[in-house]
Design a binder for this molecule. Structure first.
Ligand code: FEO
Length: 371
């Protein structure tokens, strides 16, 4: 993946269309690891890529720079999907100087001891002049690691946002206009629900910081570059980070042993559809928990059901609830439901977890099996 974004700015990242699981998050259409080259009097590389793609990154860089060399490398984030090629890049371009936050330096020195003291720590508002262009650093701690940072190219009004505003989509689209607004929102929402959601307070802070800047383009570290639809995704981030949900949207997420819990789920579906709600019915026997998570991002109502198995919930439901609780959705209404043969622990267990999530609870539904 090597393409011109605008005069002097190139995408040199890679497509990973084979990856299907990203630390527990299912990625059905793969992803990209985006890196960018800014050519000015000095040459800057913004981020690298996962280590297994280092050779491809170096080829992409070479095809842009020829015999020129890299002067600066901005390390927006130390997670290995963005820093994993740093050693190979520095072997090729040993004079390049690294720039990132102090937390980034700490992580990079642990991950890649060979970088030694080649690291310049930057703070909010610090700048790096490359000749005619100026990069401004905007740390965004806990979106989603302590070291995370965005970088703003002042003259071109471009935000290199790293994980923020990203999407896991590896189908080869380069720009938001290639993907289309509906698919873009779907992929960005999926990403927000599974990665960014617990850090919504930090997102609100970032959006406040960015509100004083004009942003014509967002170049994230995953997925397509945002141009025409940048404002749409920034607005979505504002809604998602403020816990704004669709008051008429219900997600019913469940698993069943012999069909009784499935019947309860479908009765709930019929009941709420008849009341004028839009209802999503998601069986965890066929829907991965991370996929369920993206469906519930905008749901006001989250209903969770399980049969009782060995005095417990079904394993798929335990996995989903553990995952969802960690992602901290806010301002929701919950309902626990399920079936049982002789004990029925699953229903109070679900209710307990939904309550711990801070949900307002509707009365539970507990039904003896009825095959
Ligand atoms: Fe895409 Fe936090 O790494």
């Amino acid at each position: 993946m090597n393409f011109k974004i605008k005069e002097g700015l190139y995408g040199v990242g890679v497509i990973d269309n084979a990856v299907r699981v990203f630390h527990g998050y299912e990625t059905p259409v793969g992803t990209t690891y985006n890196a960018y080259i800014q050519v000015d009097e000095k040459i800057t590389l913004i981020d690298t890529v996962k280590g297994t793609f280092a050779i491809q990154l170096l080829e992409n860089i070479k095809s842009v720079l020829g015999e020129r060399t890299i002067d600066y490398i901005i390390v927006n984030h130390a997670e290995p999907d963005h820093s994993g090629s740093i050693v190979e890049v520095l072997q090729q371009y040993p004079a390049a100087k690294l720039y990132g936050t102090s937390n980034c330096e700490k992580a990079m020195k642990i991950f890649y001891p060979s970088i030694g003291d080649n690291f310049n720590i930057v703070k909010a508002g610090d700048t790096l002049c490359t000749g005619k262009k100026t990069f401004e650093f905007c740390p965004m701690p806990m979106i989603h690691w302590p070291d995370s940072m965005a970088t703003y190219l002042q003259e071109d009004k471009i935000l290199f946002s790293n994980d923020a505003f990203g999407q896991h989509t590896g189908l080869g689209h380069l720009f938001d206009t290639d993907l289309g607004l509906m698919s873009l929102i779907e992929r960005a929402g999926d990403y927000y629900a599974n990665i960014v959601l617990p850090y919504s307070p930090q997102v609100a802070k970032l959006l406040d910081t960015l509100s004083s800047k004009t942003i014509d383009m967002i170049c994230p570290a995953h997925g397509v570059i945002l141009t025409e639809h940048a404002k749409d995704i920034v607005q979505k981030y504002s809604d998602w980070s403020n816990g704004i949900t669709d008051e008429k949207l219900v997600s019913i997420i469940y698993d069943t042993m012999w069909g009784t819990t499935d019947k309860i789920a479908k009765n709930l579906y019929n009941e709420y559809t008849a009341k004028g709600f839009h209802v999503k019915l998601l069986s965890l026997s066929s829907c991965h928990y991370s996929n369920a998570m993206s469906h519930l991002l905008e749901s006001k109502y989250i209903f969770v059901g399980s049969s009782t198995l060995n005095n417990n919930m079904l394993p798929t439901v335990i996995a989903f609830l553990t995952y969802m609780k960690g992602l901290k959705p806010k301002n929701r209404v919950g309902l626990a439901f399920g079936s049982y043969g002789w004990s029925g622990e699953s229903i109070p267990q679900i209710e307990k977890i939904l309550t711990e999530c801070g949900f307002d609870m509707l009365p539970s539904i507990k039904t003896i099996w009825n095959i």
